[in-house]
Design a protein. Sequence first.
Length: 745
Amino acid sequence: MKYTGYVEYFSVRKEDTGFVIFNLVSDDFEDGEMKCIGVIPGLEVGDNIEVEGREEVHAIYGAQIRVTSYKNLPKEDIFSIERYLASGAIKGVGAALAARIVKKFKTDTIRIMEEEPERLSEIKGISERMAREIGIQVVEKRELRDAMMYLAQYGISNSMALKIYRHFGADLYQIMRENPYRLADEIRGIGFRSADEIAERCGITKDSPARINCGILYVLSQYAAEGHTYMPKEEFITAVRKVLEVSEEQIIRQTEVLSFEKKIIEKEGLGIFLPSLYYAEGYIANRLGELRDAFLKQSVSPSKKDEIINRIETIKKEDRLNLDDVQTDAVFQAVSRGLFLLTGGPGTGKTTTIRAIIRYFDNLGETVLLCAPTGRAAKRMEEATGYEAKTIHRLLEVSGAPNDDDTAIFNRNELNPLEADVIIVDEMSMVDTLLFKSLLSAVPTGCRLILSGDANQLPSVGPGNILKDLLNQPVLERTMLEKIYRQEEGGDIAANADFIRRGLLPVVSNESSDFFFVQRNETASVYRDIVLLMKEKIPAKFKINEKQVQVLTPMRNGTLGVSGLNPVLQEKCNPKDPKKGEMLRGETVFRLGDRVMQIKNNYNIKWRIRGINNIVGEEGEGVFNGDTGIITDVNPIDKSITVTFDDNKEVEYERDMLEELELAYAITIHKSQGSEYPAVILPLLDGPAKLYTRNLLYTAVSRGSKCVMILGKWDAVKKMVETEGNLKRYTGLPERLKEIFEDEE
């Protein structure tokens, strides 16, 4: 439907995004006016406008028009012109001055302001300088609107058009004619696919060098998103041909051009890299070599060795730490080396070993910093060791300003290193190449670095396979803990996780106190049992809160995926209540008390941590993909919600930012990495073969500490155990490490 009228006032107007909620006065509406919502950059009170959209009824705000497209109409009558100028759209022009301007120039007012602004000085109260400033404002607003209308014909959304205009200015017209692929190269949020559609509308041919260049970078970035740091040459050419539908010769020619321009790196024997990943892997290898070598020449004399062992034995007695010989040796190696790797599965005593390492250095008065990739992992580390732990981003003091490759800029770096004698990183399997490079750049030479994790878990979401690559380098000192202690304490979770890791089926027994399987064949019965288990059975048996029960699923989509489970679990676990504020974003209702998860990195969003008497004790910026929390406030006046995350960071989200959140009653197994939950429910019926793999099941089972409950088909469990999955990641780090340590092999 189309509606024509004028803008009476704004309820919400975001200058940076163009998002507006405004009142449209129009004879097309029965009541003569209607709220409209959409992205319309440059809109002003008094504007005559034609909007196209659909009428909808918001659960809280009532009837409104969701604007899908719009068109500014000329201000042809004196009343419309004066109303526009009197609105305050032009800085320095109020109602009285607007009346004088219109009285002088009548219907020619807008043309005069655009083409002959110096004539405005003919009016009392307007100087020549003010006249010029008014003219500049009017032209800028006209240029923005013209650009928006021009870009709209290529199917570009208003919000994206605003980004394009702000980035390119008046040059956008030439860019759209000659090389619209620059949109993908230079503007965050526009990918190759979008640029390719725009280019096709602009008449750009398929074999255009600009298109091939952009397509090459797109394919490399897609592989990086899948975890690879490079592509083998043959696989690279095949993938680019499939995307671009051009000849191999054309691809090779443009690959050489991009390589010459240093926009890609071709490494003989490996393949094609994005420069950021190629140089990051080289830096990692060099820096690890430096950290290791700083202590390598310090031989441990027999007397020094005895002193270290005596200190460890004292710690074991004083802290009542039951370390076996392997764990004791791990502590010895950690305190004797500059670089040390500690690995093992759940229940093998990694945390106990780390506690002993921390205590050793703490007794010497050395500064020990603990960190982990996610807020939940850092909190878990802190609770297990009794020492403060931070996320890596927080430790490095993220500045809130991302680089062009969407990596963060940190205040801690080579020029401003961390002040530490020892840095311990937990959950290293989750740390990707670019984040590890940033961490290493802030580690001072002479500082010990201890890396802990479980290489059998899923690798990092970002590119790289850091922990596995390091463990495959034989000259790096490491200890692998294999003996399972949690089983000796009467539980089966750790033992079954180990069975799964080795390709064996988990053992299910009626006598088990913590590992359970219930055969179910239909979605409806799985739904029913999940709710019953979350709300009643598990909390009662294990003396925990229902919020401590986490549903994990291999999938995002489908009835037993995140998208299918969350609305059902929200309705049962946190039903609608007049006393609970809520806010709608798309089809998702965010309600007071809901569990939510951040689903993209936001380096600029502000957070605060409250201390005693609710006083803000710490503030900063940055919330990251995978961070989870609870909605603790809904403000209908400010149209915002407040989320308190697991690491106690309190963050306020305005309504247009809610796309960065999703409900988290059920989350994917990938998102659960680095976390531990008192109870885990895992629904498994039928699903995509690529997701039903052994390491996915291993990761899910190893997330539970008190209870793991599998609901579904035993055949699905068998399928996952038997499927190793294609875990191959192309990473250049092993080769770079080999270059650094080749003399020792």
